[in-house]
Design a protein around this ligand. Structure first.
Ligand SMILES: [Zn+2]
Ligand SMILES: [Zn+2]
Ligand SMILES: [Zn+2]
Ligand SMILES: [Zn+2]
Ligand SMILES: [Zn+2]
Length: 312
């Protein structure tokens, strides 16, 4: 690691400290001066939350351990960002030219393709919907765009918990398409239809010479509102439990979290991704500045009060 010269405590602060020292008219006592200087430094410096070292107030990274402690500006729109963010939530752009957005490997200035995963630095155009993407899954249609992403999908889709999750999501989708009773009028209409059907079938049977025919119940019985709600809740609870089970811990690379979360996403259910960074709801981890801190998919429903931060 290069020693950042501005992080050296002897460099910038002395002039300022001396000026303040004169302004407030301190006595020229050597001991008192040293004491005051130490107090001033601790008052204006930034303490590293990782190792405890005191840093210059304008330091972006800790001089001792490299932990990010300050703020930087987005190179694209100027918005204030954490120095370890790789995506700007203000202008919605990937901002790290030195890190592959698809796999998290280091890139050097003249790499047109990632030496690790072979992805082009300029992004990948989705073969299905033709959207240009910075991340491994299409933000428009969800297609896996790199070999690594396709392998991850194949792997995760073989897991028993994912299979169960996808089955529940499909069941839920099917249930939502069967319309529950919504009004008293619907109930009456259904009852009238059943009576009419009975009468027609009886007449037809009598025409064929069958006396007192037995008419079977129609098979396409609609669920009552209560049955529908109970079934729906049961499925939603199970889905939520499985999503919790698949929750992702923090990872060294943001790309790892984005790729895993996208590969775990079941089809047919409305989800949002809640990050551990600001506990914001994103439509996916691709809209979060620091997904490396981990996060999880949650179901979007009536009981979700928070609003999605982004809509991609
Ligand atoms: Zn530190
Ligand atoms: Zn920006
Ligand atoms: Zn790569
Ligand atoms: Zn697409
Ligand atoms: Zn976030």
């Amino acid at each position: 690691m290069d020693e950042d010269i501005t992080l050296n405590p002897e460099n910038n602060s002395d002039g300022m400290l001396e000026m303040q020292h004169e302004e407030i008219g301190l006595v020229h006592d050597a001991d008192l001066y040293t004491q005051q200087q130490m107090q001033m430094q601790s008052a204006v410096g930034v303490k590293c939350p990782n190792c405890g070292t005191m840093n210059e107030p304008e330091a972006v990274y800790c001089a001792s351990c490299g932990y990010p402690i300050g703020k930087t500006a987005c190179p694209n729109c100027g918005a204030e960002l954490d120095p370890d963010a790789d995506f700007c939530e203000s202008c919605r752009r990937y901002i790290r030219p030195d890190v592959c957005s698809f796999c998290g490997a280091r890139l050097s200035d003249n790499d047109a393709f990632c030496p690790e995963c072979g992805s082009p630095r300029g992004g990948i155009v989705c073969p299905v919907c033709h959207t240009l993407n910075d991340f491994s899954f299409c933000k428009q249609c969800g297609t896996a765009l790199t070999e690594e992403a396709r392998m991850l999908v194949a792997q995760i889709h073989e897991l028993p918990e994912f299979k169960e999750l996808q089955q529940l999501a499909s069941d839920l989708q099917q249930l939502e398409q069967s319309i529950p009773y919504t009004s008293e009028r619907d109930v009456l209409k259904d009852q009238r239809n059943i009576k009419l059907r009975e009468r027609v079938l009886t007449l037809l049977a009598e025409d064929r010479g069958v006396a007192n025919p037995v008419i079977a119940d129609p098979q396409n019985k609609r669920l009552s509102k209560e049955e529908y709600d109970a079934k729906k809740k049961e499925r939603l609870d199970k889905i939520a439990a499985l999503l919790d089970k698949m929750v992702q811990a923090p990872q060294p690379k943001a790309a790892q979290v984005r790729n895993y979360a996208m590969a775990c996403r079941p089809q047919g259910v409305r989800l949002a991704w809640e990050c551990n960074f600001k506990h914001a709801l994103h439509s996916s981890p691709c809209g979060c500045a620091k997904p490396q801190l981990g996060g999880k998919w949650i179901i979007l429903g009536k009981d979700v009060k928070k609003v999605i931060k982004d809509d991609m």
